[in-house]
Design a protein around this ligand. Sequence first.
Ligand code: URA
Length: 192
Amino acid sequence: MQYTWDDIERHIAVCSQCSLCRTRCRPVMGRGNRQADIMLIAEAPGAQEDRQGIPFVGNSGKILDRLLQDCGMERKEIYITNILKCHPPDNRDPKEEEKEACFPYLKYETFLLKPRIIVCLGRVAAQRIISPDFKITSQHGTWTYRKNFALTATYHPSALLRDSSKYNLAKEDFVEIIKKRVELNERKSLDF
Ligand code: URA
């Protein structure tokens, strides 16, 4: 069956596939440009996102916007989503069963968006999407290629709030991401 964006939104709104449905305020579907060629995948909604039902509206969102702006990008150019669509209490790490229960939504989002570049923000996303032993500190900014897209990871914006020296590393990663987008788009225009 071929799902549409509206179908995914409707399913997420009433999802009870894991126990987070009992503690969440509002599920948080991905947001942004549904024609974007760059998809950012983070971990899970925070408390403020849980209240508003929108990803990255809290302090992490503000630093993410600053980072994008510093690299000449805007949030409206990209699509941003999370591994989990519901807020884990006390911001604890997502459990395996929660990640598994939520994974089909991410798959549908990716299928509909068809991004050329996927950027994992932080360890949880990188270990679920790129490799279970991915180490952000030593492997951020490296590239992995899958059939339909290029994958990379950088620091989660909340890590940048805690450690400003990581901000410049994340900025360098985003500069490379923008170069990769140009490179892939040029390659696409040669695919006759
Ligand atoms: N942190 C995340 O990982 N996702 C959000 O949407 C907000 C904060």
